[in-house]
Design a protein around this ligand. Structure first.
Ligand code: NAD
Length: 485
């Protein structure tokens, strides 16, 4: 085993878990056993909540300008340890080193945003009458939880923790049991940056811990990022316990390609979007709709896809189960009459025979009722459909239950605007394959890609991680008297 067995991180210390249950953490790159991850019990969660609760009074009363000093130092530590963090991310997740570097760089950007919160969370004052004023303040919630998926072992935890903590909350993080190692380093770096003990805690586990988080009476808010199936379960359970919940789910992102699209740029963007992080991104292009004749773009997509080599510039998918699921989707499409133009099945990388790789796959002549057209595949696969009009393309996009992202490739501004207005997704790209909004804008989809109000990052997250206190004050005896005084 390459790394020591993982435990929990509670009250600033590595804490032994109360059960003997554990899972292996296996590298998708070559099948190396990296570590083991414990399956905590509800008692372990309770210990973490008690530590967070004990830390809350002092942390929440620390002025925000002081709180963010921790994140200035944390950002420097992320920069200093970037190479090591990126290597660890690749090892446990399977993505390429370059993709992992980009992931850690994104963590740095997210942390930068958190350091700007004192400038954004200033409250408001209104002079209601002579000597009478109303004031609003953003007040932290208390103990909050963040449940995260496998596909971004560092970035998704850093979507929530810097903002939630800088805003004065104490957090319980539940990492994905498939990639729990990066969170251990995050906890160590936060401690090194001077975060007081108990403000950030990690409880490892699976469904039992997620349920316990949703049920714990002292957890005020739950954020979740993962598949739609589990997002629905978590949203229902947390809100039925009267908690605030924001649950981000899966995706099926459509790229609409119009006949006037720039061929080379479109092809390289489509391929980068569908194959980046081996297609395991909730913003990945998964379905392409060619409007009219886009044969030239499709040929270039195939040429570009053939330049993507598993184990070289394409990482592994998370495990064998995922590889099998993705290959089954491709086989089903073929059986149903679609044409596999580039086939990524049965890939074995020399020297990494135990790795779980799927090559880039381009499927043409897909029809809207096929499962590859409708469902999230979460692999480096693009399913191409064809329509005659933009409205037919939009009808396919609109009919899909997800709504994370959609993109259009065109040189026609009017057509692009029409698609921005009529696509049913929270994040839209024009000639951009992965339209992730940058801070201070916020990240969040629509429909079955997100449950709850607001978004998870950027300015929108301020409302989620705080509650508003409204005070009305009168210090002048001569102040005007009216109905409310
Ligand atoms: P997942 O839903 O399987 O797991 C997410 C978290 O839920 C993990 O921490 C896991 O331990 C926990 N979990 C798993 N099964 C559970 C159950 N039955 N009850 C309670 N908790 C459970 O997701 P994943 O496979 O880790 O991640 C991939 C999915 O995440 C994809 O669908 C992807 O689109 C989605 N995702 C969405 C976004 C977004 O912003 N919308 C971002 C990243 C990933």
């Amino acid at each position: 085993m390459k790394y020591p067995a993982i435990q929990n991180f509670i009250g600033g210390k590595i804490t032994k878990v109360s059960t003997d249950k554990k899972l292996d953490v296996i590298s998708p790159i070559d099948g190396t056993l990296l570590s083991t991850v414990p399956m905590s019990s509800a008692k372990d969660l309770n210990d973490a909540v008690m530590a967070a609760k004990a830390a809350f009074p002092a942390w929440s009363k620390t002025p925000i300008k002081e709180r963010v000093q921790v994140f200035f130092r944390y950002k420097t530590l992320l920069e200093k340890n970037l190479k090591e963090l990126a290597e660890l991310c690749s090892e446990e997740n399977g993505k390429t080193y370059g993709e992992s570097v980009a992931e850690i760089e994104k963590c740095i950007e997210l942390t930068e945003f958190a350091t700007s919160l004192p400038q954004l969370v200033t409250g408001e004052v209104l002079e209601v009458s002579r000597g009478v004023e109303c004031r609003t303040e953003h007040v932290p919630l208390g103990v909050v939880a963040s449940i995260v998926p496998f596909n971004f072992p560092s970035m998704v935890p850093n979507w929530t923790l810097p903002n939630a903590i800088a805003l004065g909350n104490c957090m319980i993080m539940k990492p994905s049991e498939k990639v729990p190692l990066s969170c251990v380093r995050i906890a160590e770096l936060l401690k090194e940056a001077g975060l007081p003990d108990g403000v950030f805690n990690i409880v490892n586990g699976d469904v039992e811990i997620v349920n316990a988080i949703c049920d714990h009476p002292d957890i005020e808010a739950v954020s979740f990022v993962g598949s739609t199936k589990i997002a629905k379960i978590v949203y229902q359970r947390a809100t039925s316990n009267y908690k605030r919940c924001l649950a981000l789910g899966g995706a099926k992102n459509h790229l609409m390609v119009l006949p006037d699209a720039k061929v080379d740029m479109t092809a390289s963007n489509v391929v980068a979007s569908m194959s980046g992080c081996a297609g395991q991104r909730c913003m990945a292009a998964s379905a392409m709709i060619g409007v009219g004749n886009v044969d030239a773009v499709i040929s270039r997509i195939c040429e570009e896809a053939l330049k993507i080599i598993p184990g070289k510039n394409l990482g592994a998918v998370i495990n064998k189960e995922s590889k099998d699921r993705i290959e089954q989707y491709i086989a089903d499409a073929e059986k149903q009459g679609a044409k596999i133009l580039v086939d990524g099945r049965k890939v074995v990388v020399e020297g990494k025979e135990k790795g779980t790789y799927v090559g880039p796959t381009v499927i043409d002549h897909v029809t809207p009722e096929m499962s590859v057209a409708k469902e999230e595949i979460f692999g480096p696969v693009i399913s191409i459909m064809r329509t005659n009009t933009i409205d037919e393309a939009l009808a396919i996009e609109n009919a899909n239950p997800y709504g994370n992202a959609a993109s259009v490739f065109t040189q026609n501004g009017g057509a692009a605007r029409y698609i921005i207005d009529n696509a049913s997704a929270g994040m839209i790209g024009v000639n951009v394959g992965v339209p992730v909004p940058r801070e201070p804008f916020s990240f969040g989809g629509w429909n079955e890609s997100k449950f709850g109000v607001g978004d998870i990052t950027g300015k929108s997250s301020i409302e989620f991680w705080t509650k508003l206190k409204k005070s009305t004050t009168k210090w002048s005896a001569e102040a005007g008297v009216n109905w409310m005084s």
